[in-house]
Ligand binder design. Structure first.
Ligand SMILES: NC(=O)c1ccc[n+]([C@@H]2O[C@H](COP(=O)([O-])OP(=O)(O)OC[C@H]3O[C@@H](n4cnc5c(N)ncnc54)[C@H](O)[C@@H]3O)[C@@H](O)[C@H]2O)c1
Ligand SMILES: [Zn+2]
Ligand SMILES: [Zn+2]
Length: 396
């Protein structure tokens, strides 16, 4: 089958690889009908997340049709022929964390837990297509995907909605929703969202669905005008990080107290607005003295009003410098973060789609054959050709 393979930093290719097989009794093989490229994949391609090996299959936002099930799968939960989305974190459904709905923190699904323990103290869940740190599972930018513990992980989807309305339930819609939902938004709250990529777009719309008074979106108008326009189309006010002073605009828009909620939907490869800061982080990351560029975390902490909440769906992998702990502590801020506890949100968000409160297909700018994945990575990574979200078609 064809699959998108990580070769080295800045190099992916589409290769012929063996089809996955049932390895354990509760595995499923899913024939994929749509599979997406995520900002998180860019962190792997750009070499920011360690523990990738040449030949690893990328991808963690797929959907498709169940082709085969192992003998131990509970067939009352999932059957051959079912249309399903595949959550990116793999849950066991039985551990302390899964039982509390913290699916991305599952204790049982990372077969390489010791690597993760050495980085984070305790392991997270296994994640599909996301480095050996989270298990080394083959990913879903491919024609077929093996999904472990199929009866807890695969989420059945109705036939009367399109792939583009459903596929983002595998990651970015729940991710944007959780980023907003965990902040306990009140009707008069101002929510500031850094980053108008796909995750930022779902964060903005989720904040509105959850009743925010005002949503302000921040990104680079000269580099990605289409993303800021999409944010304005959703009803957000926008700030251009290049020509405007983000702190001052947010101060003015909130009567001088700062946003109640500040959400970092950018992550570890943020561009600094301040040249000295950007060079500092670039030099330190190049020398492996820092693993990320936390410009947005710093700015969000400084901009947030006293007693407010900073929510971080943007991905970080290691260690960052110059985080303003003094501001965090003295302003009594709350930090919320996490890889998305995906399974928890699927029923509720599927209802929102069914009830026409949101149509997630708004974010798709490109549908391309899987065989054109190298080009797709280029336009998504370099923000070219108006690219906001690419869906790859494995069958084309
Ligand atoms: N928590 C989770 O479970 C989860 C799931 C999916 C994605 N993510 C993460 O969410 C983040 C965003 O993903 P995406 O697909 O939207 O990525 P993306 O690369 O398409 O979008 C990032 C956006 O941030 C903008 N940006 C860069 N620096 C900025 C700054 N200083 N201020 C404001 N905007 C800035 C870029 O111009 C770009 O539009 C990534 O870190 C990704 O790994 C997390
Ligand atoms: Zn993702
Ligand atoms: Zn578990």
């Amino acid at each position: 089958m064809k699959a998108v393979v990580w070769c080295a930093p800045y190099k992916v290719s589409v290769e012929d690889v063996p089809e996955p097989k049932i390895l354990n009794g509760r595995d499923a093989i899913v024939r994929l009908t749509s599979t997406c490229i995520c900002g998180s994949d860019l962190h792997l391609v750009d070499g920011f997340i360690p523990f990738m090996k040449p030949g690893d299959i990328l991808g963690h936002e797929p959907m498709g049709v169940v082709e085969e099930l192992g003998p131990g799968v509970d067939k009352t939960k999932v059957a051959v022929g079912d249309r399903v989305i595949v959550p990116f974190p793999i849950g066991c459904g039985k551990c302390f964390f899964c039982k509390r709905g913290m699916w991305s923190c599952c204790d049982n699904t990372n077969p390489k837990a010791s690597l993760c323990e050495s980085m984070f103290g305790y392991t997270t869940a296994g994640i599909l297509g996301y480095s050996h740190l989270t298990g080394g599972f083959a990913g879903g930018q491919a024609e077929f995907l093996r999904v472990p513990l199929a009866d807890v992980n695969l989420q059945k989807m109705p036939a009367d909605l399109t792939d583009h309305q459903l596929v983002f339930l595998s990651d970015i819609f729940p991710t944007g929703y959780m980023a907003a939902e965990q902040c306990n938004i009140q009707p008069d709250d101002t929510v500031a969202v850094w980053g108008c990529g796909p995750v930022g777009q779902f964060t903005i719309r989720s904040a509105m669905l959850l009743g925010a008074g005002q949503v302000v979106a921040i990104d680079d108008e000269s580099a990605v005008p289409e993303r800021l326009k999409m944010a304005r189309d959703a009803g957000a006010l926008t700030i251009d990080m290049r020509t405007e002073n983000v702190y001052e605009r947010l101060y003015d828009l909130t009567g001088g107290i700062g946003p109640d909620i500040c959400i970092d939907a950018v992550g570890m490869e943020a561009h600094g607005t301040n040249l000295v800061e950007h060079i500092y982080d670039k030099v330190k990351t190049n020398l492996f003295m820092e693993t990320e560029r936390p410009a947005v975390v710093r700015q969000a902490i400084m901009c947030c009003r006293k007693g407010g909440t900073v929510s971080i769906p943007g991905v970080y992998g290691g260690f960052a410098d110059k985080i303003p702990l003094g501001a965090l502590m003295n302003k009594a801020l709350t930090i919320k973060t996490g890889q998305t506890h995906l399974h928890r949100f699927v029923p509720k968000l599927l209802d929102l789609i069914r009830n026409k409160k949101i149509d997630p297909s708004f974010v798709v700018t490109h549908r391309l054959p899987l065989s054109e994945a190298v080009h797709a990575y280029k336009i998504f990574g370099e923000k070219k050709d108006g690219c906001i979200k690419v869906v790859l078609d494995p069958a084309a």
